[in-house]
Design a protein around this ligand. Sequence first.
Ligand code: ADP
Length: 366
Amino acid sequence: MKGEHPINGILKAIGHYVTFFLLVAFVITCCLSLFVSTLSDSLQITLTNENVALAAKLTFANVIFISLIFTVIDAIRRKLTVDRPVKHISEAAERMMQGNFDVRIPISSTLGTDGKFNEIIECINHMAEELSGVETLRTDFIANVSHEMKTPLAVMQNYGTLLQAPNMTDDKRIEYAKAVSDASRRLADMMTNILKLNRLENQQIYPKAETYDLGEQLCECLLQYENVWETRRIEIDTDIAENVTVKADAELLSLVWNNLFSNAFKFTEVGGTVSLSLSTTDEFAVVKVTDTGCGMSAEVGAHIFEKFYQGDTSHATQGNGLGLALVKRVVDIMQGEIAVESTLGAGTTFTVKIRRAENEHLEENR
Ligand code: ADP
């Protein structure tokens, strides 16, 4: 398409058409002459050379004239129904190649094309919409990661500089070194979470399914927070049904429980209560993690599963807004369900439903 002058293209096309017309007109004239001479023989009519020459010239001119009219009509039809949509499509594709995903192609009239071009146009418009969504996600993600990295890096830089001061007391040195190691741990935690989320989102993960006792796993995960609940005098309330087995990837599911417990303890004041319950329905094992903490508004609740979203900024230093995004992704992979109920100032309950191991609930129903 590119590289050749448009006039050259038009001249070439006219050349092709003229050759084609002359050839067709010549063939039709020959055929008709043959036909007329055969007819004249059988009807015993005598034709003079002049009669034949005139008829041949008329036929030749007629064929050229009629073909020309049809060609012009067809060219106009093609211009409207083929060239125009093709031009729109190739212009849009070119703009998308340059990274502009806001392009949308107008739907053209379906005259003579059975709407096939409109099918292609709809697909391209849909593709552009999807690509612009992915692009927004990508830029938001990069902006969020850079923003989240800046704070701990600034902390490390500042305390690192302070540590270089001479004649520092041991207490100060320990305090500054602790600030540096806390910030670096936050950074490392964030990177680990980003990597986990990336793996869960971008790879075809086939969870290693093993049948195990969910109650035992929940207790093991909860016990890891013993130190926290003892120091902050948080009461623990458990109601765990026995022998509830699930067929799932234990490592992935422990990510869910750890994130829910760590949030429950993080957002609960000293002296509050964190409750854990495990019950069953026909199909599901139902886990509820409840706390009597600060709760959240409906507005915050609507966004908590988004990456990097932090509703409660007063606890921002203890997290990075990736925990619940990970939880949601794992629950989705397990084809389970997650719901949250929360009252601002009163507390929050997260309910997670995981499919039970099949043979267990079948036996129960017998
Ligand atoms: P992070 O805890 O690192 O901020 P999460 O993805 O785990 O990130 O949580 C996102 C947000 O959801 C939190 O910032 C907080 O506003 C809200 N949230 C989560 N769990 C609770 C809870 N148990 N009580 C109150 N708010 C919560």
